[in-house]
Write a protein that binds this ligand. Structure first.
Ligand SMILES: N[C@@H](CCC(=O)N[C@@H](CS)C(=O)NCC(=O)O)C(=O)O
Length: 218
């Protein structure tokens, strides 16, 4: 039985994008089931999967798991041949740290610059705490460029869990037109070139739901 990934709206759900991109880019076949967010039935539709109270959720054989990072970790573990973490232990430790940081931090980035794939040319004001988050992302991408990415354009040479975790930030920077220094500017190009990402963006474009609270900077 193929794994089944339960996701939210492609236009808005950063957490859904992460495991979706990971599995897609890694060439792992899966079925997907979309639950529209912010509707009267969203909660009950998610609850029907008997997992957490949010998407993404992954049904994998007899296991049902939730939370984007837990799903990405488990996919990397179950498909070791896909090498979804860097092979070198120290590099992997750094990759894990930035993924955990992305998962638990960057609150201003989330709050002020929600992912909105369809929107372009939006402008938000940049309070200091938001600039700190943006600078921190730039520092991480620049460090990867300097030490790990090589010519591939992915953060750690080969596509990894870290790319899945940071991909939604690329879309945020695109929507809100954030200028990047050359040391970090390589990265959005690589992510946007991905066929899987293009497929996600095309599907987001076709979605009709509009969630007002996610529509910032108009
Ligand atoms: N930490 C969770 C966050 C997941 C999350 O917040 N998902 C949102 C969509 S992006 C959700 O399911 N919202 C449903 C609701 O709030 O009813 C993860 O990593 O998966």
């Amino acid at each position: 039985m193929k794994p089944k990934l339960i996701i939210g709206n492609k236009n808005y759900s950063t957490w859904s994008l992460r495991p979706w991109l990971l599995m897609h880019e890694a060439g792992i076949e899966f079925d997907e089931h979309r639950i529209a967010l912010d509707t009267e039935t969203t909660r009950s539709e998610i609850a029907a999967f008997n997992a957490g109270s949010t998407v993404p959720i992954l049904q994998l054989g007899d296991a049902t798991l939730w939370d984007a990072l837990a799903i990405c970790e488990t996919v990397a573990e179950r498909w070791p041949d896909k090498q979804l973490w860097p092979g070198d232990a120290d590099t992997r430790a750094y990759a894990r740290s930035i993924c955990a940081e992305m998962h638990s931090g960057f609150h201003m980035l989330r709050e002020c610059m929600p992912m909105n794939c369809r929107a372009m040319g939006r402008k938000v004001t940049l309070p200091d705490e938001l600039t700190d988050d943006i600078d921190r992302v730039i520092a991480i991408w620049s460090n990867c460029h300097k030490h790990y990415s090589g010519d591939s354009g992915w953060l750690f040479g080969n596509f990894s869990v870290a790319d899945a975790m940071f991909a939604p930030v690329v879309l945020r920077f695109r929507t809100y037109d954030i200028n990047l220094p050359e040391s970090a500017g390589y990265y959005p190009h690589r992510v946007l070139e991905s066929e899987a990402m293009q497929e996600w963006l095309a599907a987001a474009e076709c979605e009709v739901e509009v969630i007002d609270k996610e529509e910032k900077g108009r």
